[in-house]
Design a protein around this ligand. Structure first.
Ligand SMILES: NC(=O)c1ccc[n+]([C@@H]2O[C@H](COP(=O)([O-])OP(=O)(O)OC[C@H]3O[C@@H](n4cnc5c(N)ncnc54)[C@H](O)[C@@H]3O)[C@@H](O)[C@H]2O)c1
Length: 451
């Protein structure tokens, strides 16, 4: 017997919502459901995070402690490592990482393990939604077969003739579009794309998200929803590569690419500005496009734009180090043995996130080339061991005129808003600016080396 529960049930009040993975994506989503009056449980494999959440504490810079505290106190939010409690929920949303492995292939182990941890507790009538960014087909080909091992069914069908196809549980994909630190567009204002494994699943997920976001955009399948997210990220990756390449050409031609981009951005239609930088960073843009390249190979298809963009963007940290070497050379100094200060390890300004940050790569290349460097980042008083890098011995050095003056060069890798760029240029001997952060500095422009 299929579930009696109708998709419209998820329009109801006081639903019990389980969010698996309480990170940059899962935690804001959990708090948004709590704010809308639902009873939310965060599931995470990290007991330290669970403990902090239940104590009303935040571990993500832009997520306010007071908000967590408020919903913990009102019992609208709590966290646990006990996955048997998944059975208590009406809806389960998966927000676990989807990185690349060492061969730059999709690492779906987190999604797979999560599906396996849901399966023994899956209940009739439950709605399961995957939010983790991934290649088209993941929900149907990986998650669904694991969940169906429970004996419950959710058929892959589409079209109006299947509007009311019987299902035991609902399964959908809805990509996260969170832009950490973006004050203009928060979760509630960003439209949410939703695709179901079948029409009832699509409607159930639309009903659920319709309660917490301004607009839900339904698509015909989970694959279309998965591909939508990849298109968005590939669009960014390719355009960033385009301006990075143009920057290199402009430099060779003695032109300022930033001036050109600003001028082009005055066109009110058909143009959207992207800006060059020291390379790609963050959990998404450097990683997600390769999920599609990998899947495309199954269809004997080569995603040339993605590969080319990857090539151009990957070369940027090397370009930064070459620029440092050139700027030092012009001052009769060598990179080997130079004392350098790197400003900003976060992958973009004003965030406490250094995943895939190009600064880490720049530091690795500097180390290989024999430079001696320190770093400063207000968001990272010290560094920890990461998957590819170990800078756990490093601490952020204080930023003042005295310390700045001690270095042969200062590299602006991340343009945090809290930096006083005029003061930095005043005190430093040489500044390598990868972000055009010193564009408004007037004094000592001869010390600035645009990169
Ligand atoms: N961060 C972003 O801005 C962003 C934006 C859009 C989409 N995404 C996508 O969302 C997904 C999650 O990203 P994130 O940035 O929130 O990652 P994150 O690393 O911040 O959070 C993931 C959380 O999942 C937990 N976790 C890992 N394995 C688990 C398991 N088996 N069961 C339960 N919890 C587990 C981790 O402890 C962590 O707390 C990824 O697919 C990412 O590509 C991220």
């Amino acid at each position: 017997m299929a579930t009696e529960k109708k998709a419209e049930f998820f329009k109801g009040a006081q639903l019990r919502v389980g969010i698996i993975g309480c990170g940059y994506v899962g935690l804001p989503l959990a708090l948004r459901f709590a704010e809308a009056g639902h009873r939310v449980t965060g599931f995470d494999t990290d007991p330290q995070k669970v403990q902090m959440l239940n104590a009303g504490k935040s571990y993500i810079e832009h997520i306010q402690q007071a908000k967590i505290q408020q919903y913990v106190n009102s019992r609208h939010f709590g966290a646990t490592t006990d996955f048997s409690r998944l059975a208590e929920n009406d809806a389960i949303i998966i927000c676990v990482p989807t990185p690349l492995n060492e061969y730059r292939e999709p690492d779906l182990s987190y999604v797979e393990n999560t599906a396996k941890s849901i399966q023994p507790h899956l209940q009739k009538g439950q709605l399961v939604v995957l939010e983790s960014t991934t290649y088209p087909g993941t929900t149907e080909e990986l998650v669904l077969p694991i969940l169906e091992k429970s004996g419950l069914r959710c058929p892959i069908v589409a079209g109006p003739e299947n509007e009311n196809v019987p299902v035991d549980f609902f399964l959908a994909f809805s990509p996260e579009r969170e832009d950490p630190g973006n004050k203009q567009y928060g979760l509630a204002q960003i439209p949410k794309v939703v695709g179901g494994v079948n029409p009832p699943s699509g409607r159930a997920a639309q009903a659920l998200y319709g309660q917490v976001v301004a607009r839900v955009v339904p698509v015909s399948s989970t694959r279309a929803a998965e591909m939508t997210k990849l298109l968005e990220n590939i669009f960014r990756c390719v355009n960033i590569a385009l301006v990075n390449e143009l920057k290199l050409l402009c430099q060779r031609m003695g032109m300022d690419v930033w001036e050109v981009i600003d001028a082009a951005a005055s066109k009110p239609f058909g143009f959207m500005p992207f800006y060059p930088g020291p390379g790609l960073g963050g959990h998404c843009i450097p990683v997600d496009p390769f999920y599609l390249s990998w899947k495309a190979r199954e269809y004997d298809f080569s995603t040339r734009f993605i590969e080319l963009a990857g090539e151009v963007n990957t070369a940027m940290p090397y370009h930064v180090v070459e620029s440092v070497a050139e700027a030092l050379n012009q001052r009769k100094k060598s990179l080997k043995g130079a004392k350098l200060l790197v400003l900003g390890v976060a992958y973009k300004k004003d965030v406490d996130d250094l995943r895939e940050s190009p600064t880490l790569k720049i530091m690795e290349i500097l180390q290989k080339r024999g430079a001696d460097f320190d770093y400063n980042d207000p968001y990272f008083p010290h560094l920890h061991k990461m998957r590819h890098y170990d800078y756990s011995h490093m601490k952020s050095v204080p930023l003042n005129a005295e310390t700045l003056g001690k270095y042969d060069a200062v590299i602006i890798a991340t343009d945090h808003s809290s930096y006083d760029y005029a003061a930095i240029v005043d005190a430093a001997k040489l500044v390598i600016d990868t972000r055009n952060a010193t564009r408004r500095v007037i004094r000592h422009r001869e010390r600035i080396f645009a990169c």
